[in-house]
Design a protein around this ligand. Structure first.
Ligand code: LMR
Length: 337
């Protein structure tokens, strides 16, 4: 038989327990979760940029926001991740600018035109300028908001045979991202372009499903592609970079103060990502040279001239698809050929 005293005590304990369990969630509101999915390794310019954004977003929002970064196509492959963003299954991505065509936005393919950016400075006139903003506006009616452009770098061509001059590409099966400009580029070299998700490239190179590909050194190195490519040419014939994008409904629905903190975090993460991209690519190239698996070829002046001659027609060929006016605007900014 329990005494009145111990019954009162037990009730008191129960009341305290109830107060704790019910008060818990009310005191600490659930954080807003941003799932940030991407397809490259954590040790790349994009991978590091994503981690920097996470760190700053969580710091500036005082815990109101949690950013979960999923690298290496862990959650979604190229095409699926854009669908997942539109459906709201993830909130943030940074796809390569070459991957917006399947979404129905062709304009970003201007970034894929061969030799359109002589260097990072020329590129930044576009990505930090009016043209960059104009391009982001095209995403709005797809339910997407563009926040920033992040650099990777200039691409090198690799294969399992020497690829020094355009004739060397004749009949080679070359993996490309899902861009019509890149398809035209490979066709112009006499190669057979094959669109393939990034996560599948290493195995396709290893098994001979494709002979070669193009990538900035950081991607080639972190995916170990140099272990399955015997030759590469430092062609720097095109640029690969990213648009950091969010689900528009999610972004517009955020409390103003939270969005302001995230804008600040994105601004600083962008400065960081764009300040390390060049060095990261140089370091990756040095590491691949050191590994000694791939023979890296530096172009001669004559070889470069042959590449430029072979690839220049792609600009005119793609003018109808991308828009001659947009191409002209970009060239006016960069002073390209
Ligand atoms: C590729 O598919 O080659 C790249 O777009 C991967 C990336 O995100 O850098």
């Amino acid at each position: 038989m329990i005494s009145r005293r111990s019954a009162v005590k037990a009730l008191g304990t129960l009341a305290v327990a109830l107060a704790v369990t019910t008060a818990g969630p009310a005191l600490a509101a659930d954080p807003i979760v941003i799932k940030f999915s991407h397809v490259v390794a954590p040790g790349t310019p994009k991978g590091k940029g994503a981690e920097k954004f996470k760190e700053l977003a969580e710091k500036y929002s005082n815990g109101a926001v949690t950013v979960e970064v999923y690298p290496n196509s862990q959650l979604y492959k190229d095409k699926e991740e854009l669908e997942a963003l539109q459906l709201g299954a993830v909130q943030m991505l940074a796809p390569s600018l070459a991957k917006f065509g399947p979404l129905g936005v062709r304009d970003f393919e201007v970034f894929d035109l061969p030799y359109i950016f002589p260097d990072y400075d020329a590129l930044h006139k576009v990505t930090y300028g009016a043209v960059g903003k104009e391009l982001f506006a095209k995403l709005e009616d797809k339910g997407i908001t563009g926040l920033a452009y992040w650099d990777n770098g200039f691409k090198i061509m690799s294969a399992n045979s020497p690829v020094k001059v355009p004739d060397d590409f004749l009949g080679l099966k070359m993996r490309i991202q899902s861009s019509k400009v890149l398809e035209a580029e490979m066709n112009a070299l006499g190669a057979v372009p094959q669109v393939m998700a990034f996560s599948e490239v290493y195995q396709a190179l290893q098994t001979g499903v494709v002979d070669g590909t193009e990538n900035p050194p950081s991607n080639m190195y972190t995916q170990k592609m140099h272990e399955v490519q015997s030759h590469a040419t430092l062609s720097n014939h095109g640029y690969l970079g990213y648009a950091v994008i969010v689900n528009k409904k999610f972004w517009d629905g955020l409390p103003d103060d939270v969005r302001a903190n995230l804008d600040k975090a994105m601004l600083e993460a962008t400065e960081y990502a764009n300040s390390i991209a060049k060095e990261e690519n140089e370091a990756a190239l040095a590491a691949m040279k050191e590994a000694g698996r791939t023979e890296f070829h530096e172009m001669t002046e004559d070889e470069r001239a042959a590449w430029v001659k072979a690839l220049s027609p792609v600009h005119d060929e793609m003018a109808e698809r991308i828009g001659a006016e947009l191409i002209a605007k970009v060239k006016a900014e960069t002073g390209a050929m």
